[in-house]
Design a protein around this ligand. Sequence first.
Ligand code: F6P
Length: 340
Amino acid sequence: MKVGILTGGGDCAGLNAVIRAVVRKSEQFGYQVIGIRHGWAGLLTVDTIPLTWTDVHNIVNLGGTILHTTRTNPFSRKDGPAAVLANVKKLGLDALVAVGGEDTLRVAAKLAPMGLKVVGVPKTIDNDIVATDVTFGFDSAVNVTVEAIDRILTTGESHDRIMVVEVMGMEAGWLAAYAGVASGANLTLVPEEPFDLDDVASLLRKRHDQGATASVVVVGEGCRLRGYSLGDPAKVDEFGHIRQGGIAELLAREIEKRTKIESRAVVLGHVVRGGAPSAYDRILATRLAVAAVQAIKNGEFGVMVCLRANAITSVPLSEILDKTKNLDEETLSLVKDFCR
Ligand code: F6P
């Protein structure tokens, strides 16, 4: 039995923990593992490396992915899907583990009915994949974000400033919401809840009039303001996503103008995506990897392994097609109660 594994989309902490556990569990079953490099691109060009336990030892704590990753979409190329299937055959792969976010998993979901024997493993700092309670990478990113905000607050306090902190997450506000609530941010803005610039400014003005000397505003990169265009429409990836960014700069400028309180923007960006995974993410990644290899052993393909009510299970990959998991009501009300 020959098992391929690839990591696609934006990296996150815990990818190497999955790779390691897939290799070790596969070897227990006597399976050979082939690493596909650079995500789906590695199956368009046949870019692979063999993986044995010596290649994956001491990487459970390592950030990033030893297989590298890209945002390659075989469906954006003429004959791309056919090339992937032909190369899987050429490599003699009996099964493929695709570790990725919604884009990578959607490619897997579309290739499964075309004959690819694939098992998906969900990852992303955005935590926006439906059918799983949480994705690995998210907990690590929340922890790094909270540590950064703790630091930003002390310098903000020293200078009596408003500090606007932009965090990743695309159109989902999970990272902003969790980091905002956990760090005690004074205001947290998420893409799921449109807001008005004047309301934001008057809320902050009021806090400072009542005696606050500094404020931290956490803002999800996917937040939009009517009348302002953000992101870079010239930079669109193969899945149609516009490169995000810019909301913190805009907010800090407009808040300062309206409140007359000195304001600064901080973009945490990739800082929170890199580095070592939290213990929680290492365990979750390992549990999911074991389930993926077990699914292969059971001949269960076209599925995504996932976490539901703290149990590892699986769902058909088709369940995640064209859906994004946005903030639930409970989290939204935590944000409203504690970050306003
Ligand atoms: O999807 C994960 C993510 O980190 C998003 O939160 C962010 O918008 C995007 O990737 C950034 O991607 P890149 O590293 O390709 O700029």
